[in-house]
Design a binder for this molecule. Structure first.
Ligand code: MIG
Length: 817
């Protein structure tokens, strides 16, 4: 079945109207402080108007400010975003003066001015003001709108806010948080699918973070209307924010992801190349795609089934004509190293039992209805929207038993061998009204609070992803769940990875995707990617190649296409382009050890794989809005070509030693722009001096062969030093959480290379191939004090010293003399 393209056209016309300034009229400022009372972990301020402001020390660098204006109940204090509430005790003190109260930790001094109530965050060591209120917090006692404003620094820059169609630096931008289904979005379309009300401020090299944990429709005005304030408003709820001291960006992201949770490690195959289409059917077509991949020697790990695998778009069904034997299909694909992911939409077809045709009943609807799991309006009637199956109802995922029930439905897919779940349309999109305006009276259980739609739309996808991820975990406790989501709220990284939705197949979108990925990473979501080379429109071979050169370095690397548009598989554009795509994909597979190691870092620390240069060079002002380049981990610098017909480009290399990845040539950069060749087959790629890049051989899927030999390329810095590591585990089970991993560390300094080994995972026997770039000439190499046979090492004319070593899982020392 084909769907009318006009569906896209109609939503494109519903573009957002011009942005009005934040309106303070009707807002009542919080009153002056009448008394300050010590609490368990901070201070509670009682204000003249009856407001209560609680400042809570969660960590020396993390303070929560929660304000209850008159009439706002203290309970419930619950957030779907927050994963961590029992913080270890941190030292703090409270000092009072007639004009102020000061809450101090080892890192922060929070100076509270009593009248009017203004909060100021200072660096405890230097006294420097990091951030201060521009005016008192305020609320509209009638409508419930809340607002806050922070003084804007003259040279202050902003980052984060998740998935936004904007440049990296958010200064002078205005952004709305309201999850929206926006196919074909362009730079400036706002909002789109996700809402992450967390941003980072940067001034003079020092950063801080602010997370306004409130899921209502919200607006951030970061110097859009004036240069006095960074303003925030939300349509309702509690003014509840977290302040992160920094000053290191990585530290703030670490804390933010401690608060909202980190990405569990996905299975290794999730880093493999994936192919999708709206939609592949019948099953023979799916097998043909897999066979073509193998015949063309293009790597592939996953094929996605879009909505046409379902029977009449009813979730948790299979179309028996198109897919008579899904288990057999999964099995046959599995033998070739290809897994199946199926799409699952939130809309459940409204299908009451038909007494005339009892056999045709749809148990997902009847059961969900009987258990009262579907959302209702305030008058008790079902909320019936319209999506692919026609009239549809939506599960209230704030109910724990409904989440469990939803997760159990996945058995219908996992029993057939489906390896992962792709959740779509979870803004939630409703064709009757994509804006949500007419759904305001929809009630969510929300842990008994019975809160309204306005508070729950932005967290709908988070809770659906939770139901889905937890369901997979229960059904397959020995496997890591893999869930993909389109919409999300802060904390979404705990349950699902994100792709950036219905992007255009254009160079403009390719350029925009770089700051989008980087910003999502700064906002806690490290596993991101786009439809390559874009969902809407055809693009051409050149765009395909350039898009793959970027996609090779995004965690999620999937080719996908809209219905009714020309096929996008890599072989559809002609052999020269196909060959270049193969090169990009083979590079990705060779670099899997590096990518997986960097992904594990993201899991453990929150610091993303795909990084803006600013994250690595926080004091380099040239990187403040540099978003046509990116870092992969801390080692690789990529300068993608994001314009048609471009075969050379300017690349900024921060001061220090770099290497051209392709030629190995060392570069002494002074923080300069340099013109670099960028032929179509090759994205300019550099390695930062001081890094170690682990890699292996190319393969057709991630499970084809063990990583043997394992290559370690060492790129010394100006002092001849380099350090790095390789992370490995079984790539599939949750055993890594119990220490079943192997971390191999390499440290080169002063002519000695130390190999360290940690963890209880036992990889199969394999060889290490170590290459030290720009190595000085040596006469002898010693391993643990004994000379290495001359046949086992060599230094070539380019100065690369190579040696081979059997990995015996033990630490070693190599000396070069
Ligand atoms: O309104 O399932 O973003 O990837 O192919 C379109 C069909 C619904 C939107 C997703 C897209 C998917 C499509 N879906």
């Amino acid at each position: 079945m084909r769907l009318p393209v006009s569906l896209f056209a109609s939503v494109l016309l519903a573009a957002p109207a011009a942005a009005p300034a934040l309106d303070w009229s009707g807002l009542q400022p919080v009153g002056a402080v009448v008394s300050a009372t010590r609490t368990d972990r901070g201070v509670s301020l009682t204000c003249a108007d009856g407001s209560i402001v609680a400042l809570t020390v969660l960590a020396p660098d993390l303070v929560r400010v929660r304000t209850l204006f008159p009439g706002q109940p203290a309970a419930p204090d619950h957030s779907w975003a927050v994963a961590h509430t029992d913080w270890p005790a941190a030292e703090w003190s409270l000092a009072e003066s007639p004009a102020t109260a000061t809450l101090a930790t080892a890192e922060l001094k929070v100076v509270i001015q009593r009248d009017p109530l203004l909060i100021e965050f200072r660096d405890a060591a230097t006294g420097r003001v990091i951030n201060r209120d521009e005016r008192p917090m305020a609320r509209d006692p009638q409508g419930g709108r809340i607002a806050a404003a922070k003084q804007l620094g003259f040279d202050e820059h902003f980052y984060g806010l998740g998935e936004k169609t904007a440049r990296l630096d958010r200064r002078r931008g205005r952004f709305v948080m309201w999850n929206s289904d926006t196919p074909g979005y362009v730079e400036g379309t706002d909002p789109i699918y996700q809402s992450i009300p967390f941003y980072l401020g940067w001034e003079d090299g020092r950063a801080y973070g602010l997370f306004y944990d409130n899921a209502h429709r919200a607006t951030f005005d970061l110097g859009y209307t004036g240069q006095e304030a960074a303003a925030y408003e939300a349509a309702g709820g509690v003014l509840d924010y977290y302040f992160f001291a920094g000053p290191a960006l990585k530290k703030i992201i670490g804390r933010y992801t401690e608060l909202t949770g980190r990405m569990p490690l996905p299975p290794l195959w999730a880093l493999g190349h994936q192919q999708s289409r709206y939609s592949y059917y019948p099953d023979t077509m799916v097998e043909q795609v897999a066979a073509t991949y193998r015949a063309h020697r293009l790597p592939l790990d996953v094929i996605h089934l879009d909505i046409h695998y379902m029977d009449a778009y009813r979730v948790f069904t299979w179309d028996r004509d198109r897919f008579p034997d899904p288990a057999g299909l999964a099995e046959r694909l599995g033998r070739q190293g290809v897994r199946l992911i199926t799409i699952v939409d939130p809309g459940v077809k409204y299908q009451p039992p038909d007494p005339a045709a009892p056999a045709a009943a749809y148990p997902v609807f009847t059961e969900g209805l009987a258990k009262d799991y579907f959302l209702r309006r305030q008058d008790g009637s079902l909320y019936i929207g319209e999506v692919w199956p026609g009239r549809a109802v939506f599960v209230d995922y704030t109910k724990e038993d409904a989440r469990r029930w939803w997760g159990d439905q996945l058995r219908l897919l996992t029993d057939k061998g489906v390896a992962g779940i792709w959740t779509d349309m979870n803004e939630p999109s409703d064709f009757l009204d994509k804006s949500g305006e007419t759904q305001k009276d929809v009630v969510f259980d929300d842990l008994g609070a019975k809160s309204l739609y306005g508070q729950n739309r932005n967290t709908f996808a988070l809770n659906m992803a939770r139901a889905t991820g937890e369901g997979l975990q229960r059904l397959q406790p020995d496997r890591r769940p893999f869930v993909i989501t389109r919409a999300g709220y802060a904390g979404i990284q705990r349950y699902a990875i994100t792709w950036i939705g219905d992007s255009n197949a254009t160079f403009d979108q390719l350029a925009l995707s770089v700051p989008m990925f980087a910003s999502m990473g700064l906002s806690g979501q490290p596993f991101v990617g786009a439809d390559t080379p874009g969902f809407i429109g055809r693009g051409d071979g050149e765009l395909l190649v350039r898009a793959y050169q970027v996609a090779a370095f995004t965690p999620f690397c999937r080719n996908h296409t809209a219905v009714d548009v020309y096929d996008h598989e890599p072989w559809r554009f002609g052999a020269p382009y196909e060959n270049m795509v193969r090169d990009a994909l083979e590079l990705r597979y060779r670099l899997l050890p590096f990518l997986y190691t960097t992904l594990e870092e993201a899991h453990r620390t929150g610091v993303p794989l795909f990084r803006p240069l600013l994250l690595e060079f926080q004091h380099d002002v040239t990187t403040l809005n540099l978003d046509d380049q990116f870092m992969v981990g801390s080692a690789l610098l990529a300068a993608p070509v994001v314009h048609a017909n471009e075969r050379a480009r300017d690349v900024y290399l921060p001061a220090g030693r770099w290497y051209d990845f392709w030629t190995g040539a060392a570069i002494a950069a002074t923080g300069d722009l340099r013109r670099v060749d960028a032929p179509l087959e090759r994205m300019p790629l550099f390695v930062r001096g001081g890094s170690v890049v682990p890699s292996t051989i190319a393969m057709s899927h991630t499970g084809e062969k063990p990583w043997n030999p394992l290559r370690f390329d060492l790129y010394p810095d100006g002092n001849g030093a380099a350090a790095g590591s390789l992370y490995e585990d079984d790539g599939a089970s949750p055993a890594y959480l119990q220490g079943a991993f192997r971390r191999t560390t390499l440290t080169l300094a002063a002519g000695r290379l130390s190999l360290g080994v940690e963890g209880k995972h036992q990889p199969p026997a394999r060889n290490f191939e170590i290459s030290i770039h720009a190595a000085p000439a040596v006469r002898e190499v010693r391993l643990d004090g004994k000379p290495v046979a001359a046949a086992d090492w060599a230094r070539d004319a380019q100065g690369v010293l190579r040696l081979r070593l059997a990995d015996d899982g033990r630490p070693h020392t190599l000396e070069f003399r």
